[in-house]
Design a protein around this ligand. Structure first.
Ligand code: NBY
Length: 800
């Protein structure tokens, strides 16, 4: 949009007066932020309104991304950037002696997600809008987002994330569009006199679902999509029977809290209620909108609506859509089923067995009696149809209802026309191994969509210095098409450019060093290698391998204090699920090792370990631009894709990688010489599984370096881990090292030595860094969502 400084100042000062009856000089940061947000809202609101009208008029097909998590972070700069008014507003505020950067910090992160899956959903929201694609989000407006992590005495403590205390200035509450979601009670079918069976209900618990619409502003275009988040409330005309505190508390609790686990399926009733709550509310809203605005019969809804199931958490979309089509719209089963499969599509984000959602049949039956009937009928009909075609073995292995459990991945695959993995290797594993039987039956449904990241947040906003340097070098076209970054390759032998690139990285490291000093009270050398591992804490991601390497370097120095080791700062950012004991022990160990090494005079500052508290989107925006090395060291086959690998690459870090997830595609993009690869391959890991002959204890016994490092965990060398040290030691020896940390250690050490050698040649390093930036284009989520749009959702971009 067009905006002058003068206009902005006028709008801003008027808003401040209207809202708080105060002049700027008397206003606090919170008041200034809220006023600024209101001004920004007044700028996008008309565009939003127009786009809504356009969508209704054009009758275009729209996609709805159902996700139980979103992780947008702060929205102020994103909205300013995408409206094209960032510079104007920054300068205008600066004229008023207000720093935009400081003001932006006032906004709490919108953290209604755990990690990669939630953040991917938010990158998709940004990309859909920025590509002008009509795609909306559907989720839950949790009152409390992901816990705030405090490190106390080296331990993770969890504090509530009360992010709504000052309201959410971007959202619009739409009570007139509230719908009811019902649970429990009894259901029975009765003939309606016209030859079909209609459900009748008794004693149902009713919950009011109120939508809050959050604008997803497209980058320099006229698209504003919607992320709809549902809040649970008590219906005004609540039946007397449910008018008691217990019930009312439960109802309010539905949208109270995000489940803070990103790896384990947790079969609690409240979670199942949350899943059904936002699924039912979202589908009801879509169907109401359809009735009101779309001039086509319901039988054509697949030409107007695509519903995406982000992991299995919204898998109830399948039976719920069937229920609505059959019970409310009067469709026959066969027709409803055909439509449902065409409307639905599903993404798998993990193949770890402990994350696979399976709900006990009786739980689903009691909570969702009608949905349960429909699930049984889906399963029954499919079994009957398929038996003669594929035989009992395949039918049995792919049943939705088995052994008293409902398999949500099976339901998602069977009830949709598309199942995708999130990186090539992961999608291949799905087809060849984990869901192979489904692939045999429905080969045409399976496809890959390699993840991506929104460059607006992960470069334009978080790394303005690098963005400006790129502008000056190749112009601004890359801001609309990240593939344009390849033009940077022309500067790989340009000493001026390379030194400017170095200067940018240095400045970003200085900025992070200040944050580290302020938050951790640790001084770090900005000439050192900044070696970064930021992601959720999980055994398969192997933060422990990183730690063992740090201990190796430490012992090298202790053995010979004059040894020539290139200074390194190891930076960790990671939350552990509150119930994940082992992951919390690793956090404690990292912090104690940090204490030990950071304060050892022999080390003399050459190694620094920094565990940054409360890793979240806004902290990532400081850390990622400053990274030299990106640690992507999961055991091959375990990380479905990873996305921090892409963010770090885009910011010029070199990747230390196993051949896992999207690391493989990063390697293909940058070439072997610009990445450090180590460790077992997926096939080697599977060979170990097949042979069953991995023996970690043998490695511990026979490898003197590892022997010494592991002993340090239980002989007091690392202080204050009397409980955690032996636990970690045992996991690697007694319990045979589930994720082959010891097996990959030597090769990791070798590759880390290569990092050090290359870093000593700053020109060579900077060229490799440039190669990473220049080849990052394909990891834009703009590319990813376009592929979803073309291959899965069949949606087309708006007017220009
Ligand atoms: O999804 C992550 C994958 O681990 C990562 O490799 C991938 O890049 C990313 C995006 O595709 N998965 C993930 O973040 N999963 C969760 O957050 C999650 C959350 C809840 C539950 C399971 C997984 N749950 O069972 O409740």
């Amino acid at each position: 949009m067009e905006l002058t400084k003068e206009q902005f100042i006028q709008d801003f000062e008027k808003t401040l007066t209207d809202k708080y009856a105060k002049p700027l000089i008397q206003a606090g940061q919170q008041e200034i932020f809220q006023s600024l947000a209101d001004v920004v809202k007044s700028y996008y609101a008309p565009i939003w309104q127009e786009d809504l009208a356009y969508k209704d008029e054009s009758q275009k097909k729209q996609a709805y991304y159902f996700s139980i998590e979103f992780l947008p972070g702060q929205m102020l700069k994103s909205n300013l950037l995408n409206l094209g008014i960032m510079d104007t507003v920054r300068e205008a505020l600066s004229d008023l002696n207000v720093s935009l950067d400081e003001l932006a910090e006032v906004e709490p992160d919108m953290a209604i997600g755990n990690g990669g899956l939630g953040r991917l959903a938010s990158c998709f929201m940004d990309s859909l809008a920025s590509k002008g694609l009509p795609g909306n989000g559907n989720g839950i407006r949790y009152r409390y987002g992901l816990f705030k992590q405090k490190i106390i005495d080296g331990y993770q403590c969890e504090l509530p994330d009360s992010w709504l205390d000052n309201g959410n200035p971007w959202e619009v509450r739409r009570p007139e569009q509230a719908v009811e979601v019902t649970f429990g009670g009894e259901v029975w079918l009765e003939d309606d006199g016209k030859g079909s069976l209609k459900p009748h209900y008794r004693d149902q618990e009713r919950v009011l679902a109120v939508p809050y619409d959050n604008p997803m502003v497209g980058y320099e275009n006229s698209t504003v999509n919607n992320m709809c988040l549902w809040r649970s409330e008590i219906p005004e005309d609540l039946d007397v029977r449910f008018q008691n505190l217990d019930y009312m508390n439960q109802t309010a609790q539905l949208s109270a809290e995000l489940y803070p686990d990103d790896s384990n399926y947790d079969g609690r009733l409240l979670r199942l209620k949350q899943e059904y709550f936002f699924v039912s509310a979202g589908l009801q809203r879509i169907l109401k909108h359809y009735k009101k605005h779309i001039k086509a019969p319901i039988s054509q809804i697949h030409e107007y609506v695509a519903v995406h199931i982000n992991d299995t958490h919204p898998a109830l979309c399948v039976p719920e859509f069937m229920r609505l089509l059959i019970d409310d719209w009067g469709l026959a089963w066969e027709q409803a089923w055909e439509i449902t499969v065409k409307v639905m599509s599903y993404t798998n984000h993990t193949i770890l067995p402990e994350a696979m959602e399976k709900w006990p049949e009786d739980m689903v039956q009691n909570l969702l009696p009608r949905v349960y009937q429909i699930i049984l009928e889906i399963d029954r009909r499919r079994t009957k149809d398929l038996l003669p075609k594929v035989g009992p073995t395949l039918v049995h292995s792919t049943r939705i209802v088995k052994d008293g459990q409902i398999h949500m991945a099976h339901l998602s695959i069977i009830g949709s026309h598309s199942t995708n993995g999130v990186a090539k290797l992961h999608s291949d594993l799905i087809k060849d191994v984990v869901l192979h039987d489904f692939y045999t039956i429905y080969p045409e449904r399976f496809n890959n969509k390699t993840n991506g990241i929104a460059e607006r947040r992960w470069l334009q906003i978080s790394n303005e210095k690098l963005s400006s340097l790129i502008d000056e070098t190749i112009g601004r076209a890359w801001r609309h098409d990240l593939n344009e970054l390849v033009l940077l390759k022309n500067y790989k032998d340009n000493p001026d450019f390379l030194s400017q690139l170095q200067a940018v990285k240095k400045a970003d490291k200085v900025r992070l060093a200040e944050v580290i000093k302020e938050r951790n009270d640790i001084e770090v050398n900005t000439e050192a290698i900044f070696d970064v591992q930021v992601k959720r804490l999980h055994a398969y991601k192997r933060q422990l391998l990183n730690v063992l390497h740090i201990m190796k370097l430490y012992f090298d120095i202790k053995d010979d204090p004059s040894i020539d080791i290139y200074p390194r700062v190891f930076i960790f950012g990671s939350k552990a699920a509150p119930g994940y004991h082992y992951a919390k022990s690793i956090i404690k160990a990292i912090n104690e090792i940090a204490n030990l090494i950071n304060n050892d005079t022999d080390v003399a500052g050459r190694l620094k370990i920094v565990f940054m508290e409360n890793y979240n989107v806004s902290l990532a925006e400081y850390i990622i631009p400053a990274a030299d090395v990106s640690e992507q060291i999961s055991l091959a086959s375990k990380e479905a894709s990873g996305t921090s690998n892409m963010k770090l690459m885009l910011n010029g870090a070199l990747t230390m990688a196993t051949l896992d997830g999207a690391n493989i595609e990063i390697k293909d993009a940058v070439g072997d010489e610009n990445i450090f690869i180590f460790g077992l391959t997926k096939d080697e890991v599977y060979d170990y599984y097949a042979r069953g002959d991995y023996n970690a204890h043998d490695i511990y016994k026979s490898n003197p370096v590892l022997n010494r490092i592991l002993n340090a965990f239980r002989d007091g060398t690392i202080p204050n881990i009397a409980n955690e040290g032996p636990e970690i030691f045992a996991s690697l020896t007694t319990y045979n090292d589930e994720y082959f940390v010891l097996r990959d250690f030597d090769d990791y050490v070798r590759a880390q030595a290569e990092v050090e050698a290359l870093y000593r040649d700053q020109t060579a390093w900077t060229k490799a860094s440039l190669a990473n930036i220049a080849n990052a284009g394909r990891f834009s989520s703009d590319r990813t969502v376009q592929e979803y749009a073309d291959d899965i959702w069949y949606i087309k971009a708006n007017k220009a």
